[in-house]
Design a protein around this ligand. Structure first.
Ligand SMILES: [Zn+2]
Ligand SMILES: [Zn+2]
Length: 480
């Protein structure tokens, strides 16, 4: 397939000169829902109210007038979620699910029970809705179904891949004897799109609700888990995929925002880090990510690619191999009993094997999220606590990563969904500081302007200039 898309023979959208520039043939999840528009839809920004996926232009408030879901009144919000659950349940092949589950337990009969999706005891997470399989002897299994609201624009084959990969990761974790749910099976969207596993005892660990002593107790067990993981490297940066009864190293399963496709696997850390940044650069230039501040977002990921990726790759050379990393390890993925003993570690969607500096670097569980969002630097007390525990347990090497790779944490965190332009500027400032880049007295704004001048040789900059021109014109139109 050509690297360029030629729209000269087809219809071009009216009022736009955007397509005069040859477009890099960037993969898209969806095309804008408006029939007359051929731009790509912005990823992860489908509207749950009008069920449209809009492009960088049509997502502007003068074109798309739905309120934010956060601003809906309770009744409207509940109706939206209720419709989503109804649709999800309509796709579950209950007789088949129950038959397969029963076969796994020697014919003990069972029933399917939808999970609560609102209020107390809700089984609805950001990315997955959960139901039950209840056996006649009282044993309960959980059924995990990817949510439409989180994956509505994600191509079906990628959703299938995410489910299969999470299953393979659980199988790997079971084999190396870690406290994770035992997975019994998965079905793809062509069948029921779910993952079935055992229910683990315990409550989610919320860092902010724990005393220092309780935190330390959890961190000590978490350090043991990291040490255990360090004994089972993969040969590539990859995600796992089922391969018959075994698991195989395969392409990396998207990212924690489900805004990337599959990529890799990579045998060299530099290729892993560079590719992630490069994929973002393509998507930003194509108007599929961060349409509110494409220039700043582009320069952020260009900085990650050109300056941070080599530093991170070099930081991983002392430990060969790649290690399993949970992508959303902010604490509630850890289940604990009343004495803060870890009973299970859950939610392994998007898990991947990554270079050591990322796998053992400071995680979200010990991060000061306020600082991370604001772009302020500095390791938290928790980061240092985990490092000290690793050292006490004889793993000075892992302790070094735990306090030495704030850059790896920021690379992984990227520009999280929903950041304002100012917050993105703060993120740029933080990465520049970590890379010891001197900033002139014109500050980050001055850095953005001078970097942009230097970036023009990248053909993607012309696309961004054009996109910004279109966005500006739309802004002026709306004020007429
Ligand atoms: Zn809408
Ligand atoms: Zn559009």
């Amino acid at each position: 397939m050509s690297r360029y898309t030629d729209y000269s023979q087809g219809d071009t959208p009216s009022g736009s000169e955007f397509y005069e520039i040859p477009l890099l043939d960037v993969p898209r999840f969806l095309t804008c829902s408006l029939a007359s528009c051929i731009r790509p839809a912005v990823r992860n920004r489908g509207c749950p109210i009008c069920i449209l996926n809009l492009c960088a232009i049509h997502i502007l408030p003068q074109h798309h007038r739905c309120p934010s879901i956060n601003l809906l009144d309770n009744a409207a919000w509940e109706a939206t979620i209720g419709n989503e659950v109804k649709e999800l349940l309509s796709e579950v092949n209950v007789p088949e699910l129950v038959r397969v589950a029963s076969t796994h337990r020697g014919g003990i009969s069972c029933q399917f029970q939808p999970g609560t999706h609102l209020g107390d005891g809700s089984m609805m997470g950001c990315a997955n809705y959960h139901c039950w399989i209840i056996f006649d002897d009282g044993i309960k299994w959980i059924v995990r179904i990817p949510r439409t609201a989180s994956f509505d624009d994600v191509p079906q084959d990628l959703v299938d891949y995410l489910v299969a990969s999470e299953y393979a990761t659980l199988k790997f974790l079971e084999k190396i004897d870690t406290p994770t749910p035992k997975a019994y099976g998965f079905g793809l969207s062509s069948d029921p799109k779910n993952l079935v596993g055992e229910v683990m005892p315990g409550q989610s660990f919320y860092v902010n609700e724990a005393t220092d002593e309780q935190k330390s107790h959890v961190y000590s067990q978490y350090a043991d888990f990291l040490i255990h993981i360090s004994h089972f490297p993969a040969t590539q940066a990859c995600s796992l995929h089922p391969d018959g009864e075994k698991t195989m190293e395969s392409a990396i399963a998207s990212n924690r925002f489900a805004s990337l496709g599959k990529y890799g696997p990579f045998s060299d850390p530099i290729d892993y880090f560079s590719s992630i940044a490069d994929l973002h650069l393509d998507l930003i230039a194509d108007g599929q990510l961060y349409p509110e501040y494409p220039k700043e977002a582009f320069l952020f990921f260009r900085l990650l690619k050109d300056r941070a990726a080599p530093v991170l790759a070099a930081a991983s050379t002392s430990t060969s191999g790649f290690f399993l990393k949970h992508v959303d390890d902010k604490g509630d993925h850890i289940l604990i009993d009343e004495n803060y003993n870890i009973t299970g570690i859950i939610d392994w969607q998007f898990a991947r094997f990554v270079p050591a500096c990322e796998a053992f670097g400071p995680s979200l569980i010990t991060a000061d999220l306020g600082k991370l969002y604001s772009g302020l630097l500095g390791l938290s007390t928790g980061d240092k606590n985990v490092a000290e525990l690793l050292k006490q347990k004889g793993r000075e090497d892992l302790a070094q990563y735990a306090v030495g790779s704030e850059l790896a944490k920021r690379f992984h965190f990227g520009l999280t969904v929903g950041l304002s332009k100012n917050e993105a500027m703060g993120m740029i400032g933080a990465v520049l500081s970590l890379l010891d880049v001197e900033i002139s007295d014109k500050g980050i704004t001055g850095w953005v302007e001078s970097e942009w001048d230097q970036a023009v040789s990248d053909s993607r900059c012309a696309k961004i200039e054009k996109l910004m021109g279109d966005l500006e014109r739309e802004g002026l139109e709306s004020k007429k």
